[in-house]
Design a protein around this ligand. Structure first.
Ligand code: FAD
Length: 303
């Protein structure tokens, strides 16, 4: 219930305005968001690289309402790829299609994505298209398949809580697509997604096995020690080398596990978000863990 309530609040523009202007909440968001500028994100990426962790940079933003905002986001992504190359960072980039205008028109959005993926390929890099709410799943998969058949430097994300995900993975693997597997962070109805954590977790393990057995390089994105242990066990049993897949975690979450995986020789990528439009991302992080909400409210009251 609380998770659904927080996810509902994450869609409120009025609350977003208040929270992003409040100095206490801005300070607290820094636990999950590297900063508001690319310089701050680059500094955080450098710290990760120095600790043998790979990075994916995400310029925060979603559901833009104008062509100009989507084009600005596209320009920001072109700049990120240039900066990664100039700074010689071991980093790729993640972005959301609704930030590149998917709500305005699929064709328009696809044009922007193509220009970003072209630039990614030119700089020897890779663009990961995040997966948003189920309203966008089919359009995201279709767009990624079309772009990928022209330029392979693009991949996407599959959410284990959706019933459809096994079929989506099979479809995307037919295109040689690299996939990030996550549990799923949005508010979805019980008709299309597992409401119970144990069922979503069981789905995660099945899909992880489907991905690792495929022979392509995928990302296993989770902070759940049971999912991580299941992945390590499966890879060992199938003799899949540690270099043939990577774990992925969010900036500021379970840094103890992050260090442990690197110490044990696994590849780990940290998803580093930055930018001013951090409210929905921050709310999804609160929704994932009730203790985060308690911490947040305590600080706000002290604030
Ligand atoms: C790299 C990466 C990219 C992602 N991309 C997407 C995407 O494109 N689309 C999408 O829908 N979702 C995405 N997610 C979010 C994902 O779907 C989950 O909501 C999130 O990862 C929490 O699930 P979990 O696997 O960590 O397991 P959970 O069962 O939620 O958590 C397991 C444990 O991890 C820790 N933990 C988890 N979340 C938090 C938190 N916010 N704060 C503190 N501790 C926490 C806690 O110790 C918890 O007990 C992404 C996640 C990662 C790591």
């Amino acid at each position: 219930m609380l998770r659904f309530f927080l996810l509902k609040l994450s869609e409120s523009k009025a609350l977003a305005r208040w929270v992003t202007r409040n100095s206490t909440t801005r300070r607290m968001a820094r636990r999950f968001v590297a900063g508001e500028t690319l310089d701050e994100a680059v500094a955080a990426a450098r710290v990760c690289n120095d600790a043998n962790m790979l990075v994916s940079l995400d310029y925060l933003g979603e559901n833009v309402a104008s062509v100009a905002d989507a084009q600005r986001a596209r320009d920001a992504y072109l700049e990120i790829f240039d900066r990664i190359a100039r700074e010689r960072l071991d980093a790729n980039v993640s972005c959301k299609l609704t930030q590149l205008g998917l709500d305005l028109s699929v064709e328009f959005c696809e044009g922007l994505v193509l220009s970003v993926v072209e630039h990614a390929a030119k700089t020897g890099n890779f663009l990961r298209i995040d997966m948003e709410g189920s309203l966008y799943t089919q359009r995201t998969i279709d767009l990624v398949k079309r772009v990928r058949s022209q330029i392979p430097a693009v991949g996407t994300v599959i959410q284990a809580y959706l019933f459809r995900s096994e079929a989506d993975i099979a479809d995307l693997l037919g295109y040689g697509c690299r996939i990030r597997l996550c549990k799923g962070a949005y508010r979805e109805p019980a008709e299309i997604a597992y409401p119970a954590k144990k069922d979503a977790d069981a789905s995660y393990v099945r899909l992880m096995q489907q991905l690792l057995a495929s022979g392509f390089y995928h990302g296993i994105a989770t902070h759940d020690p049971h999912m991580i242990a299941a992945t390590i066990r499966f890879a060992a049993a199938q003799k899949i080398p540690k270099q043939d897949f990577e774990f992925q975690m969010l900036y500021g979450v379970r840094t103890d596990l992050q260090k442990m995986l690197v110490r044990d020789g696994y590849r780990l990528r940290i998803y580093i978000p930055y930018g001013c439009d951090w409210f929905p991302y921050f709310m999804r992080r609160l929704a994932e863990r009730p203790a985060n909400l308690v911490f947040f409210l305590e600080n706000l009251l002290r604030g």
